[in-house]
Write a protein that binds this ligand. Structure first.
Ligand code: ZN
Length: 206
């Protein structure tokens, strides 16, 4: 079995495109899409992230992530909740309240696991909170911009084997949010690295 450091190194060495392709292939609706549709979803989701990033930069210039949130009038709430077997999260966005919730207990655990796994030379552990906040800020963009690609019904949904309707592809928004967070925080590796560290580490604590 690969150790945690090797697993994380492998992700760090992957291109963003390949990381997003993995995300689609793990997604229950995404994995059955034809290859050319997967390419389209990845490129358009990445472009959506770039467009939102440029718009935010034009609007506010280079700022800290917290200042972007203030500018966009999105509130950030920090909570400390121990992860359980059934429910863990790092960040959430509440559309109705325009509120981002960051679980600093999960953030702390990711740092702790990164130390345990001897990853401090590979992983930027000081940007977890910013990266999660930036990810959730993208979901705010999705809320105020219904026309975004990631808000469109982009896949054919099959009901009883027949193409009946179009449906949303959630993973498209997650790809864009992840890419947006990477751009906004100027992170040297994919934000997915944090999720993976947490997934590997949490097995020991819950
Ligand atoms: Zn998300």
């Amino acid at each position: 079995m690969k150790n945690a450091r090797e697993t994380i190194k492998e992700i760090i060495n992957k291109s963003d495109y390949d990381i997003y392709l993995d995300m689609i292939n793990r997604d229950i609706s995404g994995r059955n899409l034809p290859d050319e549709k997967k390419v389209e979803v990845i490129t358009k989701s990445m472009q959506t992230a770039v467009d939102c990033y440029n718009e935010l930069l034009n609007m506010c210039g280079e700022q800290t992530i917290t200042k972007y949130a203030i500018k966009l009038q999105v509130e950030i709430l920090y909570v400390k909740e121990k992860p359980t077997k059934y429910y863990t999260y790092i960040g959430l966005f509440n559309e109705k309240k325009k509120l981002i919730t960051i679980n600093i207990e999960t953030v702390r655990l990711i740092k702790e696991f990164a130390e345990q796994f001897n990853l401090l030379d590979l992983v930027d552990v000081d940007r977890i909170k910013d990266t999660v906040t930036a990810h959730e800020l993208f979901h705010y963009f999705e809320l105020i911009k219904p026309d975004l690609y990631t808000n469109q019904k982009i896949i054919d949904a099959k009901i009883f084997g027949l193409i009946k309707t179009k449906s949303y592809l959630m993973v498209s928004g997650e790809i864009a949010a992840m890419h947006f967070a990477k751009l906004l925080t100027n992170l040297k590796h994919s934000p997915l690295v944090y999720n993976k560290i947490f997934a590997l580490g949490k097995k020991q604590v819950i």
